[in-house]
Design a protein around this ligand. Structure first.
Ligand code: C2E
Ligand code: MG
Ligand code: MG
Ligand code: MG
Length: 286
């Protein structure tokens, strides 16, 4: 019957698909090729302030592997770490993001008070060539350092406290902001934060998403984060906001910057531009 034929064909297709993957080059070799051939992508997720204005964006890498399709970032970063490709991967992301902000700036789209976040892995942060690389990027693109923030995870800071502190100070000296990402997941060194030149704590999305279900625990974590931030006079933002309720709760405790599917999904540069930039020329034409 047609049904039997269809299911046989589906089974064959599945076997062929698995075979293609088995015969494909190893993932690490494919990643190395992708970096060489500029075959990765970036997406940008909007950040909004209390007034709902576009405060900036965060760049995330996406890898559409030719045979396997979209590779989750958890897998991508595992492979990159295992095969010593974290530094080149971060450099690809930095270069591409700087070029994008530069283009938006030239087109009059990027506003002076908007900030583009770039995630920086632990390997890059401790890499001796990192600062120089960033300086050269800034000069090449003739961009203000204030347009950028580097996101360093709380884990990186906890695992490399001394290197992180020194590097973060040097980054701050360049004029680039530093945000602590995934904050609240491992808060052993909270009080040491006063020794760091950081600009913002980003409450981790697991905490943001737990707050309404297990409100007691997560809410007290959030309140202690707010207290520390107030004492250190640093901004607090929240990632992973998916609902109005989460948004309301976080703004009520003093969060001032918001990010998550509720505000906007990660988008291609083209999509981001149509969604979030109103160009003056278009306003004039209208
Ligand atoms: P992160 O920097 O904390 O980024 C937040 C992650 O949560 C992103 O996943 C983002 O797409 C996702 N997300 C944003 N809003 C929501 C939401 O409302 N709900 C949910 N469930 N998820 C949301 P992604 O892009 O898969 O990245 C995962 C992690 O991989 C990032 O966590 C970051 O640590 C790392 N990463 C991503 N791109 C880069 C990069 O270019 N360089 C480096 N070094 N790390 C990156
Ligand atoms: Mg981040
Ligand atoms: Mg984060
Ligand atoms: Mg996170």
């Amino acid at each position: 019957t047609i049904n039997e034929t269809t299911s046989q064909l589906t089974a064959i297709a599945r076997i062929l698909h698995d075979l293609r993957i088995q015969m494909a080059i190893p993932l690490e070799e494919s990643l190395s090729n992708a970096l060489r051939d500029n075959a990765l992508d970036l997406v940008y997720q909007v950040k909004k302030n209390l007034e709902g204005e576009v405060a900036g964006a965060e760049a995330y890498v996406r890898w559409n592997e030719p045979v396997r399709g979209l590779v989750p970032n958890s897998v991508l970063f595992d492979i990159a770490e295992k095969h010593d490709m974290l530094v080149p991967l971060d450099r690809w992301v930095m270069k591409t993001t700087f070029a994008q902000v530069s283009a938006w700036h030239k087109q009059g789209k990027w506003q002076d008070d908007q900030v583009m976040s770039i995630n920086i892995s632990h390997k890059s942060l401790v890499d001796p060539g990192f600062l120089n690389h960033v300086e050269v990027l800034l000069e090449d693109h003739e961009l203000k350092p204030e347009y950028f923030a580097f996101e360093v995870t709380e884990n990186t800071i906890m695992n490399y406290p001394e290197e992180s502190r020194d590097k973060i100070r040097q980054i701050a000296r360049l004029g680039i902001r530093v945000y602590i990402d995934d904050f609240g997941t491992g808060y052993s060194s909270l009080m040491n934060l006063k020794n760091f030149k950081i600009n913002q704590l980003k409450i981790d999305k697991e905490i943001v998403q737990d707050v309404l279900e297990y409100s007691d625990q997560s809410e007290s974590i959030i309140r202690s984060i707010m207290n520390i931030a107030r004492e250190l006079k640093i901004q607090v933002s929240a990632e992973g906001i998916e609902t109005q309720e989460q948004m309301d709760l976080l703004s009520s405790v003093g969060c001032t910057l918001f990010q998550g599917y509720f505000l906007g999904r990660p988008e291609s540069a083209e999509q981001f531009q149509t969604l979030y930039f109103q160009t003056d020329s278009e306003d004039l034409d209208a």
